[in-house]
Design a protein around this ligand. Structure first.
Ligand code: FES
Length: 145
């Protein structure tokens, strides 16, 4: 199996069996965002306690890339501090710009399957939608952390 086939399988697995799809009952930061190019929407929630992301969930309508990416993101940020999560958002966004990112600090695991998206500029907004929602929620309403 080629690496592209493997990555495609990982993406389809997250799309068909999304992790952390649903709502957090209470005490959650919620950010709703849409992809302006297609109108698809995503709602990301996270519960932060003692500066740690204890739980992250999402709901939304979108393409396989956007929903698989949301599934991977919610898995990856669980247990990270808010600052670490923001660093991961930065790393992901650099990966989407085609940068060869240093993954020593954050093993990307399934997220790596999305790196090929960087070659398709029209899909980058799909892949980054959930991450932008997370970033907005993590930075808080004032954006001045
Ligand atoms: Fe709408 Fe991908 S086509 S989020």
């Amino acid at each position: 199996m080629s690496l592209d086939d493997l990555y495609r399988r990982v993406i389809m697995d997250h799309y068909q069996q999304p992790r952390n799809r649903g709502r957090i009952e209470d005490g959650a930061v919620t950010v709703d965002l849409n992809n302006p190019t297609c109108g698809d929407r995503i709602s990301v929630q996270m519960r932060v306690k003692d500066d740690t992301i204890k739980e992250a969930k999402f709901l939304g309508e979108g393409c396989s890339i956007s929903l698989a990416s949301a599934s991977m993101m919610t898995e990856a940020v669980k247990g990270l501090s808010v600052d670490q999560a923001l660093q991961l958002v930065d790393l992901f966004s650099r990966m989407m710009q085609g940068e060869d990112v240093d993954t020593e600090e954050f093993p990307l695991e399934d997220i790596e399957a999305l790196q090929g998206v960087a070659k398709f500029p029209a899909r980058i907004k799909c892949a980054t939608l959930a991450w932008k929602a997370l970033e907005k929620g993590a930075k808080g309403p004032t954006d001045d952390r």
